[in-house]
Design a protein around this ligand. Structure first.
Ligand code: GLC
Ligand code: CA
Length: 488
């Protein structure tokens, strides 16, 4: 097995609350993930990333942690996790968790512990920083008579990463999970964790900013991507390197500037994978997509392995966002994801071309949506449960049980698609098999080939050519080195 295993792996993001409910309470859980390992193995993925499984009051669906060394009771126990790790390993599947180092829940005991007051960021005179979730980033704490920083919800106070005690604590937390056999971590909001020590005001938006980034109304100069963040990740990487196999770090690196993204790979001594959201947030057009990939290839240092995702739990599903529900377009997108150079991350449901499912106002759970209604669509539609089979409960939960989010009905279930050789699910599985069998696709260099407008052609390695036709919605992989090519 390769030492740099993350370079040959296909990853799959599991949103545990919506994957499989094993005990009929309508909430997916770790035992449910274990029971569905068959599906993941059959599909052919090498590693799964579980979004947060730690105890949490769920103000932000688990991204507000109240204990970094346990499992959320709704999701199971540490024993359940051990069983999952064990069974996953037996199938050659690695398990990554999600770590949230920027903030805790305000109900984490640290936040009220007088001995740990300096673990958080406090001020008497709030600056102009704004919360990603709307409004000022500072809230007044009656008890302490000072303002604390929260870049997300007021109930998600930011930790102070200038404090060496915080740094030591997180190294211990990583060690706790690595020792159990966890293969790595996706790092939540990785580029924001350390802030300007002098708490200087952020400058106004500049015209060169990506419109998505400009939504905040200011340039996050002093709240994101501070130079000191790299010291932290160098330490984390050194810890990863003390394990065999090496543990992997995947950054939620939210950048529209590829130079800054590239910096998180360090000198091959920081994160092994950094999500490239420029692609995820691009228009689904041949020249735009090609441009992102070409500039990524130029920006990343030679050792760095790119990292791509079409969907995740924070954005509208690609089949809705890019393809308007059209499966032919979705096949072009999936072919792209699984033939680009780099680590592909499938989001649960991507493999069956799942679309965003409607969530009526009274069933909404996303705090972002509840806090800023009208801002947009909220994040619930991409977090609805996996439809495993037709019928009540959809194989996700027991019939008659109300799942935590509605399952919707605009889908073809996993079981249904598995039985149909021409289905999207079998198409995706076929791509995964091709990728595994063809070293060009796994590790070959990327090179753009000439093509007519609306078509993107590229070569991987010595003998594999991929054609993505954004006009006729066709995708083709032709390989001279690894046997027959396939059409779709
Ligand atoms: C990340 C997570 C998102 C969460 C936020 C705050 O962006 O992916 O779901 O709301 O961080 O933790
Ligand atoms: Ca359950």
């Amino acid at each position: 097995m390769s030492e740099r295993w993350w370079e040959s792996a296909v990853f799959y993001q599991v949103y545990p609350r919506s994957f499989q409910d094993s005990n009929g309470d309508g909430i997916g859980d770790l035992e449910g993930v274990r029971q569905r390992l068959d599906h993941l193995q059959w599909l052919g993925v090498d590693a799964i990333w579980l979004t947060p499984i730690m105890p949490s009051p769920d103000d932000d669906c688990g991204y507000d942690v109240s204990d970094y060394r346990d499992v959320h009771p709704e999701l199971g126990t540490l024993d359940d996790l051990d069983r999952l790790l064990h069974d996953a390993e037996a199938r050659g599947i690695r398990v990554l968790l999600d770590v949230v180092p920027n903030h805790t829940s305000d109900r984490h005991p640290w936040f009220r512990d007088p001995a740990r007051e300096d673990w958080y960021v406090w001020t008497d005179r709030p600056n102009n920083w704004v919360s990603v979730f709307g409004g000022p980033a500072w809230d007044f704490d009656q008890q302490r008579g000072r303002y604390y920083l929260h870049q997300y919800l007021p109930s998600q106070p930011d930790l102070d990463w200038w404090n060496p005690a915080v740094r030591r604590e997180f190294l211990e937390i990583l060690r706790f999970w690595f020792d159990r056999g966890v293969a790595g971590f996706r790092i939540d909001t990785a580029n924001r964790i350390i802030k300007d020590r002098e708490l200087r005001d952020n400058p106004p938006v500049t015209p060169d900013m990506h419109p998505v980034a400009a939504r905040l109304g200011q340039r996050p100069l002093y709240t994101t991507d501070r130079p000191e963040v790299h010291d932290i990740y160098r330490e984390w990487r050194r810890l990863c390197q003390t394990y065999t196999p090496e543990r992997a770090l995947v950054g939620e690196t939210w950048f529209f500037d590829l130079q800054r993204l590239a910096a998180y790979y360090g000198d091959d001594d920081e994160l092994q994978l950094c999500f490239n959201f420029l692609l995820t947030h691009s228009a689904f057009q041949a020249d735009v997509m090609r441009g992102v990939v070409e500039s990524t290839e130029l920006a990343l240092p030679a050792f760095a392995w790119p990292c791509w995702a079409l969907s995740n739990h924070d954005v509208s599903r690609f089949v809705t966002r890019w393809c308007g529900g059209d499966e032919r377009r979705a096949r072009v997108a999936m072919t792209m994801l699984l033939t680009l150079r780099g680590a592909p991350f499938l989001y649960q449901g991507d493999e069956i071309a799942l679309t965003d499912q409607p969530v009526p106002p009274e069933r909404k759970r996303d705090p972002l949506d509840l806090r800023m209604p009208g801002r947009g669509r909220g994040r619930d539609p991409e977090r609805t449960p996996m439809p495993w089979a037709a019928g009540p409960g959809a194989g996700f939960t027991e019939p008659g049980v109300e799942p935590w989010l509605p399952i919707g009905s605009d889908w073809r279930s996993v079981a249904d698609q598995r039985a149909d050789p021409g289905s999207f699910l079998n198409f995706t599985r076929g791509l995964l098999a091709q990728r595994r069998a063809n070293p060009d696709l796994r590790s070959g260099a990327y090179q753009t080939l000439e093509s007519p407008p609306g078509v993107w052609r590229y070569q991987r390695g010595a003998g594999t050519v991929v054609t993505l036709d954004f006009e006729r919605w066709e995708a083709r992989i032709e390989s001279s080195s690894a046997g027959a090519g396939t059409d779709s």
